[in-house]
Each structure stands twice: as C-alpha cells, then as structure tokens.
Design a protein around this ligand. Structure first.
Ligand code: PMP
Length: 425
C-alpha cells in the first residue's frame, strides 16, 4: 500500500511493483492516485470536441480545465493536414470505393493495391524502392527492432529515443548513450565491436521532448567506423525538416544511403495514422514475413492508407504549409526567448519551456489554460524527474493573433510565478 502523503512525489512507475498486492488492488491504488493527479491539474486526459479546425480545441466537461475554446499546442499535426479538405475528401472517397476496413492481415488477404501504392509512394518519397507499413508508428519501431535484433545482437540507443524503441529491444541486448553525446556513443561502439553479431545504433531524427535534432553526420561516421547499422525514427522530422520536408536526412544528402533504416509515422505531418519502415529491399521482405505485428495484424484501412498517399503528394504540391510552419516557429520561439524563458536546444516544431520542478510546471500550465492556451505539462517518466517542462507543438495553421495570445499568457504566468530568467534577475 502506498501512503497518500507521498503522492506529490510519486510517478506512474511507482504503481507497477507494489509488493504483496495483486493486480486488482494495484489498479485500485492507481485509480486513487490518478484522481489525485486530476484534482491537482496534472491529468487532462479527455477533450470533448474538436472545432473542425486543427489549431483550436473546444473543451467541454473535462472537469479539470475550464470549458471553452483553446489554442491547440498539443497536436503533432504540424502542417494542419488532419483538417486539409483534400485529405478529408480522399479518406471519404476511399471508404466509398473500398469500405471501412481491410479485413485481414497481409499474408492472408489483407494486402491491397492501395497498400502497395502507399508503400511505393513512401519509399519513393525518400528516393528508395521498398517499404513496409504498420498500423501505428509505435508498432513500426517496436516490431522492426524485435524482428531484427536478437540475443546475439545489441541495440545502442540514444537515451532520449521514443518509448516504442525501448519496447522493441525486448529480444536483444541494450546499451544507451547520453543524449547526442558522441564520445559516449563511440565508447560503447568500441566495446561492442567484437562482442555482438549485429550492432544497431538507434536514434530519433528530432527528439520529441526537447525538439532538438540528432547529430546525424557524426553518428553515421561512427556507425560506419565500427561496422554497425543505423536506424533513425524521423517521426517529428518528416514534413518539417529538409529543403522539401524529407526530414533530417535530406539536407546532408543521406536519404539514398541504403544501409540507413528509416522509420516514421503518418500520424503527424501527414494528418492520419500508421507507421512505415523504409530500408534495403531484402530487409523489407524479411520484415514482411518475420515481424509478427505485421504478419498477424490487420492492415491499415483504405481511408487512412489513401489519405496518407494524398498527404505525401500535398507536401510537394503545397510547400506553403512548411513555409508557414517555419515562420510560426521562428516568431513564437523568439517571443519566448525575448521574455527570458528557457527553450533549451530546440531546432524543430517542438518547443519546450523548461521549468524543472514538476509542481511549478503544473501551476504554470494551469495559468496557460486559464488564458485559453492548451499546452502539455510534461514530467517523469516522459522526461527525467527534475526536468519538467511545458511542451508545445507548432502548427502551420496557427494565426499570428493566436501566437500573440499565447505569448501574452506566458507573460501573465511569469508575472504570477516568476519562471523566466528575467523574473529571477
Ligand atoms: N516515434 C516518435 C519519435 C514519436 O514521438 C511517436 C509518438 N507520437 C511515435 C514514434 C509513435 O507514433 P504513433 O503515435 O503514430 O504510433
């Protein structure tokens, strides 16, 4: 049993292994803890409504956040494609043409022409030939790593990679290196060199909590020096980074390097759902028949598959969205920096305001809510215990008036709580 006095310091993890109580009792304990978090403004799990406009939210009856309209800073719909008329039209038309579901897993009749089309298009998007689809980005990572790396192998992870990558390492050996720290990575690679059959360095292109980017050139040099492979999850980089939105690998001209395995999502920039892996043709074929989550799980539905194809096309047809996104990022980030907030090392569409103390971060987020700004209060286990922050995702469709409203809310919050470096001067 857990003492309620300890609640302010506890995290979800503390409820995983309470000794001597069974799962039903543990669930009951956890339920009380969740009520505590909700009552203290730290759990805003449910939104009632969307306004039909990606950058605004309507909250009704949430109980912990006042009812009303909010500017949405919690969506990874960077380009606003969830609401793009062409994406919606394509999804509706796909349902009319093909129905609502694919009906079977791929090897037994669920692999359709529209899946082949999306595989071809996402591979071609990166200048490659072969891809495999998964129903989520989470599965693309976890299933691929589980299928590729076994007990003779090793996964070498940047410690800040997404949870789905950690989950993928259940069949293999794992070592983590300090975030973007090349000396530490090299040290691990040197020691692993003759010990493991396959060594795979696994990184995110853009890190989802800090919004900073991988040191891709340096990492690739080390990977090759020590005979390892590289897997990059560029979920937050595609559609945002690179001259034409191909992600972190585009500008250093690394897209065509076939030994790099690229994973990604259709759930952010492309405004839908689903995951993909783009890699060397034989590796993709191997995954199609060795990765259990692909083999034994029903494929993406027609609406999401074909709207993802349309999303890929729109990225090229309408470069205005990426342009607006970067204008918004520049304007908003500078506004926060000018007020003295610590935005860390972000270089992407994810902007954190780093506060540190979890309770203070929760209070700061509450002030933002009171002024119509919906942003995420991020704490352990998503980040380390003393590294709580408010995290915002930028969108191409945010208006200047909305960004000004958010900056004004930050100024009010700072006047109340004294969070910026200026207020502590
Ligand atoms: N990779 C990264 C870096 C992510 O942030 C996420 C979560 N949004 C995923 C993978 C999982 O993608 P999805 O939500 O589409 O399953």
């Amino acid at each position: 049993m857990i003492d309620k006095e300890a609640y302010p310091k506890l995290t979800f993890k503390d409820f995983e292994n309470i000794p001597d109580i069974n799962i039903m009792q543990r669930a009951a304990e956890f339920d009380e803890f969740l009520d505590y978090l909700a009552d203290n403004g730290r759990l805003n799990y449910r939104l009632e409504n969307q306004t039909g406009c990606a950058h605004e939210l309507e909250v009704k009856g949430n109980g912990h956040v006042p009812d009303g309209k909010y500017v949405n800073f919690v969506s990874n719909d960077y380009l606003g494609f969830t609401q793009h008329p062409e994406i919606k039209k394509t999804a509706i038309q796909a349902i009319e043409n093909y129905g609502n579901g694919a009906g079977a897993s791929p090897a037994i009749g669920g692999h359709y022409d529209y899946h082949v089309l999306l595989e071809e298009r996402i591979a071609a998007f990166f200048g490659r030939t072969d891809a495999i689809l998964y129903t989520t980005g989470y599965t693309a990572n976890s299933a691929t790593i589980q299928a590729l790396l076994k007990k003779e192998d090793i996964a070498i992870l940047d410690m800040a990679v997404h949870a789905s990558i950690y989950e993928g390492c259940s069949n293999t050996n794992v070592k983590t290196f300090l975030h973007n720290n090349m000396e530490h990575l090299e040290d691990i690679l040197r020691k692993a060199k003759d010990t493991y059959r396959t060594k795979m360095v696994i990184i995110d292109g853009v890190y989802s909590q800090d919004g900073d980017v991988a040191k891709i050139n340096e990492i690739l040099t080390l990977v090759r020096r020590y005979g390892a492979y590289l897997l990059i999850d560029d979920a937050h980089g595609v559609g945002v980074h690179g001259k034409t939105g191909r992600g972190i690998l585009e500008n250093p001209a690394l897209l065509a390097e076939e030994d790099i395995i690229i994973t990604g999502v259709f759930s952010k920039t492309f405004g839908g759902l689903g995951g993909y892996v783009v890699a060397e043709p034989k590796l993709i074929r191997y995954l199609k028949f060795q990765s259990r989550q692909h083999l034994f799980s029903v494929t993406l539905p027609p609406s999401l598959t074909l709207s993802a194809v349309r999303g890929i096309e729109l990225l090229d047809e309408e470069p205005i969205w990426m342009q607006r996104l970067w204008e918004n990022i520049a304007y908003y980030k500078q506004g926060l920096i000018d007020m003295g907030f610590n935005v860390g090392t972000t270089a992407s569409g994810v902007i954190p305001v780093k506060i540190g103390d979890p309770a203070l971060t929760a209070k700061a987020t509450t002030v933002l809510y009171q002024h119509g700004i919906y942003a995420n209060c991020i704490m352990y286990p998503a980040v380390s215990k003393k590294d709580a922050r408010i995290r915002m995702s930028m969108m191409a469709t945010h208006t200047k008036a909305q960004l000004d409203q958010a900056l004004e809310a930050f100024a009010i919050m700072d006047a109340q709580l004294g969070i910026s470096s200026k207020s502590s001067d």
